[in-house]
Every structure is written in C-alpha cells, then in structure tokens.
Design a protein around this ligand. Sequence first.
Ligand SMILES: C[S@@+](CC[C@H](N)C(=O)[O-])C[C@H]1O[C@@H](n2cnc3c(N)ncnc32)[C@H](O)[C@@H]1O
Length: 218
Amino acid sequence: MNEESAKKVAAQLRKPEGEMGIEVGERMNTGNLYMNQYVIDVLRQGTIGNVLEIGMGNGFFIEEILDIDASIHYTGCDYSETMVAEATRMNQQFIDEDKVQFDLSAADKLPYADQIFDTVFTVNTIYFWDDSATELSEICRVLKPNGRFIIAVRPRHSMKDYPFVKYGFTMFSRDELAEVLTKNKLVVRDVVEKIEPEVEFNGHILKGEALIISAIPA
Ligand SMILES: C[S@@+](CC[C@H](N)C(=O)[O-])C[C@H]1O[C@@H](n2cnc3c(N)ncnc32)[C@H](O)[C@@H]1O
C-alpha cells in the first residue's frame, strides 16, 4: 500500500464516506470479524437489555446480537451518514419490528437521556476520539448505574506496523486503555486478550490481536 492509499484508507476507517466508504464498511466485516465475535461472546456473559453501540459501521453483526435474547433493544449511533444509511438498509426488518434504531451522532454528544442503557459497547473506534474523556463521560452519563461498558481495540503492539495507523490513529496498550477508563470514572471488571487467525484486509494479510475490556460506572 503506498502512502496515498494508506492515507485514504485511514480517513475511511475513521469516517467511511461515499462509494469507497461502503466498500471499506464491507471489508471491515471480514477484517474485524473475529474481534466482533469475541465482543459478542462477552456480551452474552451478562445482561444485554437496552444496548447502545457507538460506531457500528454498517451494522453487519446486529442480527447475531439480537439472536441472543428476544428482549434486546439495539441502538446504533455513528457519525458517518454513509454507515447509518448502510446499517439502515441492512437491518430494515429489525427497524420495522422496533428492535433496532440508528442515530447519526458523534460519540462526544450522544442524543440520549441519562442512565437509559444497560449496556454500551464500541469496537475499533477509540483510536479516532480526539479527547476520549468527553466520549467516556457521555458513555457514563447514558449508562445505568449498574450498566456495563465494553470496549474492544487492537492493542498498540499488534497494530503499530499497519500501513495506515500513522495517519491519525491513537493507539493503546492494555494498561493504557485500562488507565484511560479508570481516569474517567469507570472500574475495570474484566480483560480478554485474544490472538486472532490471520485475515485479509485491502489485499494485505493482517495478523490481528483483540483486547476487550469490560467496565462498570464507578
Ligand atoms: C473502524 S470503523 C469500525 C466499525 C465496526 N465497529 C467494526 O469493528 O468493524 C469505525 C466506525 O466508528 C465510527 N466512528 C468513529 N469515530 C466516531 C465518533 N467520534 N462518533 C461516532 N462514530 C464514530 C466511524 O464512522 C466508523 O463507522
């Protein structure tokens, strides 16, 4: 991947837009498949209930989440119009059944009342948050006092050599991510670390690792 393509891919991963955004969204479904599966395993281990996902991309994994329990209501918010449109197109049946809603919104100003979600989760998004304190404070505001927050990333050591991360990604080690959560009124309850099978993304074989931290409001 040359520098120009790496820059373009980085911008599209941050905020997928237009035709290329639709394609990148589809490629993320395979490139991030294992990480999303591990997150779904963690979701299964507790109450899911009224759940918010921040940065759901095209919402490919929602059907599998809804299959866990008929009482789940899923809300997805993403600041990319292209991803909200794609997620809506792919999940129209669940929207019609009032099981799913999508909102065009940035994570630093969530359009929800205080303490309404049992679960908030986010996968591969914190790299793009300029000031994660603001986003984490919004997450704490909308979580019920006994709610769960689950965050998944590729840890710094596993992604630092990807060709696109030098263009605007903030990376975290396990300890750095745990520290950011702790500093922002969250208590770490569980850490899952996985080495993923290799996957193809944009013509490159990526060796992935997943770090998934579960936390509760302090
Ligand atoms: C790299 S993609 C990850 C998509 C999906 N969660 C996955 O793991 O495959 C990042 C997604 O988060 C969204 N996103 C990034 N920063 C955001 C923010 N501050 N507020 C809302 N959405 C955001 C992007 O638009 C994009 O859809």
